[in-house]
Ligand binder design. Structure first.
Ligand code: FDA
Length: 317
């Protein structure tokens, strides 16, 4: 992991820095670039503009690590509200009348927002409740992967829940040493899996510290999923990797309908559009809600130039 990235992740977790960033209007334009809005309606509006360009969407209600059962129940209520609201979007209505291919607008959720810190059985019940509603709407719910403290529990829960709800899947992070084994597991399950590099601050005992190693593992794991997985999601903004995988897909005669690229809202919009023009499925991860701080700092850490822009603005007063 680069020094700059570690620095941004560590500094941003200090309460004083968090208070400053949250309060200052200086950060608003950058926050707005990465986050579609505070409300579900704002996120739907942003999503409709992207759908009109031929992109697909995964909506994310921001928030993680609930501190009480009530907070988790409130998050579950919001997830269900999202699924109900999505079903009213005209493109989704058309899709539901004849559901062929991947759904235009699905949701991504976090187990720690379902109450995992309050108890595994409690979180699983909430997750299953959301899946039951999603099933009624022919929709799909993905579990985002959080820090390595939760990887085992996330994989185990997916293993328990998927036989009842095939409309779910998860995310694997190529920076973790354990991931090749998890890739084999999701291939065995034929579970829809998003492969990412990984966004959390992890110790070298569990994750590669060197970016080249993470990138190398990423390409290898993405190729395995493309060859043997079920509708994998290749989630990256790394154009070099995307071009390499496009060549791999062509060489191996993998149909473009058998996988999708995924990118984050507000990042590399030019690349999102050019991939759609080349006939690839592209889904944008659209976050909304007022608990944007941890998500925002992970985005800053990925591109230290963003953070330096902020520091400069802070010192200018
Ligand atoms: P990398 O960080 O090497 O960046 C490659 C290039 O992309 C950069 O050179 C730059 O051009 C551009 N870029 C990347 N990030 C940028 C930014 N913040 N601002 C501006 N430009 C940027 N992680 C996780 O741990 N659990 C999860 O569940 C998810 N879910 C998820 C969903 C989706 C759809 C995506 C795209 C990503 C995630 N991630 C995630 C985040 C992921 O782990 C990773 O941190 C980011 O995707 C950044 O890595 P890249 O693959 O883009 O490569």
């Amino acid at each position: 992991m680069s020094l700059a990235r570690t620095f941004v992740l560590k500094t941003s977790s200090l309460p004083l820095v968090e208070r400053m960033v949250r309060r200052s209007f200086l950060f608003r334009p950058l926050v707005r670039r990465f986050i579609a809005g505070d409300t579900l309606e704002e996120a739907i509006k942003a999503s409709e503009a992207l759908l009109a360009k031929g992109l697909r969407i995964s909506l994310d209600y921001l928030g993680e690590n609930t501190r009480s059962e009530q907070e988790a129940l409130d998050a579950k209520a919001t997830y269900i509200q999202m699924l109900e609201r999505i079903a009213q979007v005209p493109v989704v209505r058309d899709y539901n009348a004849n559901p062929v291919g991947p759904e235009p607008l699905n949701i991504s959720i976090k187990l720690t927002q379902c109450g995992l810190d309050q108890g595994e059985a409690f979180a699983e019940k909430n997750y299953r409740d959301v899946l039951e509603v999603a099933k009624g709407f022919h929709n799909f719910v993905r579990i985002d992967m959080e820090s390595s403290d939760y990887t085992d529990r996330t994989m185990a829960m997916i293993g328990r829940v998927r036989p009842d709800y095939p409309n779910t899947g998860t995310v694997l992070q190529s920076y973790l040493y354990r991931t090749p084994k998890d890739v084999e597991q999701v291939i065995e399950w034929q579970a829809r899996t998003r492969i990412v590099k990984g966004a959390y601050l992890e110790p070298p005992s569990v994750a590669y510290p060197e970016k080249e190693k993470v990138d190398e593992a990423y390409v290898q794991q993405a190729k395995e999923l493309l060859l043997r997985g079920y509708y994998p999601a290749i989630a990256t903004q790394d154009e070099k990797i995307i071009r390499e995988l496009n060549a791999f897909v062509a060489e191996n005669k993998i149909d473009k309908s058998r996988f999708e690229y995924q990118m984050l809202y507000g990042i590399r919009r030019d690349l999102q559009d050019s991939l759609v023009a080349e006939g690839y499925n592209v889904r944008i991860y659209v976050p909304f809600g007022d608990s944007w701080y941890p998500y925002f700092t992970r985005r800053l850490a990925e591109r230290p130039a963003n953070a330096f822009f902020i520091l400069k603005a802070m010192f200018k007063g």
